[in-house]
Design a protein around this ligand. Structure first.
Ligand code: PLP
Length: 325
């Protein structure tokens, strides 16, 4: 893939973090669930899309620690003000099957705006509280300041080893991106978030999280909001909706490196990386932070099969300057 893109590509394999089929949420959970245990919680309540990777890893972590995990989910939640387009997602496969294996109390609500999903999660938390159980609430995607702290820590795994000109990471609930951006702020490494949600509010969420992280760390080093770069042009039709570019990136990376991406987050971010490398917006040594999500592949069989078939009969020529024969 380095040769194909004309960059020195490295991949941080957080898809292989090891716990409950891997992914970026495992790092956040180390801190979030320590906090839940400190507060003597018996139940952890969160929310997400039906194919949430966070719910899967949270469900596993709760089960290991003897906590109940409950999640309010919608098959295809959408941003208020955007038109509703249901994701072509298999409601029973992928992460949902794993949630069932893990015994998650998964409450599936009819699709609605994200704000409505957050209200359903709050109702669910109160339901457990009315039964006399102490509840620990976790915002969507584990993006409290502790989630950002986990990725601030994760960044130090890299800094010791190599210098990167750019780091490309998917950005959705924002704490992964913010933690990394904070750690590299003031260094020559440019951290680029690729949005997986079309809402421009993401930019405000990132700024807010970075302020909270700064307070937590007490380093007196506020981050300039302009450094929290998010690229919105690779979202495709919307959150959780497949894009041809992402699906093509999934097929390309699988066939060149044997590394699988997912259709909701990393496929889109990697499609962004490929486009930015071709435009020479990112150069030299580039790190792709692979945040996982691979179980969701199995919930999107139709769009992925179509992408695999398109790849058999490429309509486009070889990538410029390279003979792929
Ligand atoms: C949750 C998730 C992300 C986004 O991380 P945030 O910290 O929520 O921005 C990216 N990739 C995968 C696979 C995820 O599950």
């Amino acid at each position: 893939m380095s040769r194909l893109l004309g960059i020195d590509l490295w991949i941080k394999r957080d898809d292989l973090t090891g716990f409950a089929l891997g992914g970026n949420k495992g790092r956040k959970l180390e801190y979030l669930l320590a906090d839940a245990l400190d507060q003597d919680a018996r139940v952890v309540v969160t929310c997400g899309a039906l194919q949430s990777n966070f719910v899967r890893q949270l469900g596993a972590a709760c089960s290991v620690l003897g906590l109940r995990c409950a999640a309010a989910v919608m098959r295809s939640p959408y941003p208020r003000g955007f038109s509703y387009c249901p994701a072509p997602v298999d409601p029973a496969q992928g992460n949902v099957l794993l949630d069932e294996l893990l015994g998650v109390d998964l409450r599936v609500y009819p699709d609605g705006p994200w704000e409505e999903l957050y209200e359903r999660a709050e109702e669910l938390a109160r339901e457990y509280e009315e039964r006399g159980q102490r509840v620990y609430r976790i915002p969507i995607g584990g993006s409290s300041v502790l989630g950002a702290y986990a990725f601030y820590q994760a960044a130090f795994e890299l800094r010791r080893r190599a210098h990167f000109d750019a780091i490309v990471v998917p950005s959705s609930s924002g704490s992964t991106h913010v933690g990394l951006a904070y750690a590299f702020y003031g260094s020559p490494t440019n951290v680029i978030g690729v949005a997986c949600d079309p809402e421009p509010d993401l930019q405000d969420d990132l700024t807010e999280l970075s302020i909270q992280l700064e307070h937590l760390l007490g380093l007196g080093r506020p981050i300039d909001g302009r450094y929290l770069t998010v690229r919105f042009e690779f979202v495709g039709p919307g959150y959780g909706l497949p894009s041809e570019e992402a699906d093509r990136a999934i097929v390309e990376l699988a066939r060149t490196e044997g590394v699988f991406l997912d259709p909701v987050y990393t496929g889109k971010a990697f499609a962004g990386l490929m486009a930015m490398a071709r435009e020479r917006e990112i150069r030299r040594r580039v790190l792709f932070w692979h945040t996982g999500g691979v179980p969701a592949l199995f919930a999107y069989p139709d769009s992925l099969r179509a992408a695999a078939r398109r790849r058999e009969r490429p309509e486009r020529g070889p990538i410029e300057g390279h003979d792929r024969a």
